[in-house]
Design a protein around this ligand. Structure first.
Ligand code: IPE
Ligand code: IPE
Ligand code: MG
Length: 226
């Protein structure tokens, strides 16, 4: 047992949620955004210090343009709309992932939110948008090389990750039943606990945080020791 400082979530199942209701996939993403707000509130009320949400992977560009455009619009409009509430509730926003390739309106909304919430300290919220674990590691290695580093040990790269001051996740959970990481936090996940819940992402709310905390409490982390 130990405390859950950093929870990271692979938000999956928006499409299936919509399909089951004969709705367009965009309706699932819209509802998924609402679920994210509930889960963020749950983390705040349980005193979790860091939450990372996997919003868009470097592989999600393979989806139809219409769906990508909808998601990008949702990211920028929700970020802008939630900014005052983020400041009021003490949420510090960070972006995790590659900036290149993201539309200007998304980068602008992220940059403004990062700037305006820089002094907040109740919860650090990392949004993984245009994120791939291999991409983050490759970019970290490039930054290290550009710094003149030519010899690596197991911890050299950690200082070159996107947000080096964020501790590694204690618990990585995924909605919608798929049992894989899909490239999520490959460097930081080396000793994370993992859990996969069948509930589709749009059906998540604050109550899932209680379930997650109970699940985490039952884990015995050994970190290679006895
Ligand atoms: C997760 O839901 C959201 C993103 C990956 C952007 P999906 O859109 O992957 O939903 P399913 O997996 O098709 O149900
Ligand atoms: C993982 O979900 C990425 C996000 C949650 C943003 P996907 O739906 O893209 O993953 P796969 O394709 O099932 O592995
Ligand atoms: Mg999916």
């Amino acid at each position: 047992m130990g405390s859950l400082t950093h929870l990271a979530i692979i938000m999956d199942g928006n499409g299936r949620w919509a399909e089951r209701r004969s709705l367009p996939r965009s309706a699932g993403h819209l509802e998924g955004g609402k679920a994210a707000l509930k889960v963020i509130r749950g983390c705040l009320s349980h005193g979790i210090g860091y939450l990372t949400l996997y919003c868009f992977s470097t592989e999600n560009w393979k989806r139809p343009k219409e769906e990508i455009d909808y998601l990008m619009g949702l990211f920028s409009s929700r970020l802008r709309a939630e900014m005052p509430r983020m400041v009021a509730s003490g949420i510090r926003l960070l972006h995790l992932g590659r900036r290149e390739g993201l539309p200007e309106k998304v980068l602008d909304a992220i940059d403004e939110a990062v700037e305006r919430t820089a002094g907040c300290n109740a919860l650090t919220l990392q949004l993984a948008i245009n994120y791939g674990g291999l991409d983050e590691i490759a970019r970290a290695a490039s930054k290290a090389v550009a710094d003149g580093i030519d010899s690596f040990d197991a911890s050299t790269l950690s200082g070159y990750l996107d947000n080096p001051d964020v501790p590694s996740p204690d618990f990585i959970v995924r909605s919608a039943g798929e049992k894989r990481l899909s490239g999520f936090m490959l460097y930081q996940s080396s000793y994370a606990e993992l859990a996969f819940y069948d509930r589709l992402w749009p059906d998540w709310d604050e109550s899932m945080i209680g379930i997650i905390l109970d699940d985490f409490d039952s884990r015995k982390r050994r970190f290679g020791g006895l």
